[in-house]
Design a protein around this ligand. Structure first.
Ligand SMILES: [Zn+2]
Length: 155
């Protein structure tokens, strides 16, 4: 499975999982204050798989395209999804804004000089930007830590 073929809607309990799926490049809607009925309607409209820990919700006829998440641990949750959908994790990694869920665009280094710390600017060459929130992304220790955790989850 590639990150283009699966889209998710994470329910209010699954914010951390939503963030990790975005790190992997998956399109994950997350609206903490949405009502169940609206969540289901949006998921159907946008062809999203509902991820929820609420068994009652998954038993609703209209929410058939859903996965009941079993563990409260986000690592176990990630593992469950990866196994369940046979996900190939690496192709889309670090391609999506973790805040807006929007795909990132590459941006030239000289255009972000005033947006990143001087140390980062002098040690990194590749930068991406979210055109929605203007957040800038680059490789660094935070990503190394994420990769380390993902290794743990995948192995
Ligand atoms: Zn953003």
């Amino acid at each position: 499975m590639t990150s283009e073929s699966l889209k998710f809607f994470a329910d209010v309990m699954l914010g951390r999982l939503a963030r990790w799926l975005r790190i992997l490049g998956y399109d994950v809607a997350y609206e903490p204050s949405i009502l169940d009925d609206d969540l289901i309607a949006m998921a159907i409209h946008e062809h999203r798989i509902i991820l929820t820990m609420d068994r009652k919700l998954t038993e609703r006829e209209s929410a058939k395209n859903s996965l009941l998440i079993k563990s409260p641990s986000y690592k176990e949750q990630l593992r469950q999804i990866i196994t369940h959908y046979n996900i190939d994790c690496r192709p889309g990694i670090f391609t999506r804004c973790l805040v807006c869920n929007r795909l990132l665009d590459p941006i030239e280094k000289d255009k972000i000089k005033d947006r990143v710390p001087p140390y980062v600017y002098s040690t990194q060459d590749k930068f991406d930007i979210c055109r929605q929130c203007q957040r800038t992304y680059w490789s660094g220790t935070h990503r190394a830590k994420m990769l380390k955790l993902l290794d743990e989850v995948f192995n």
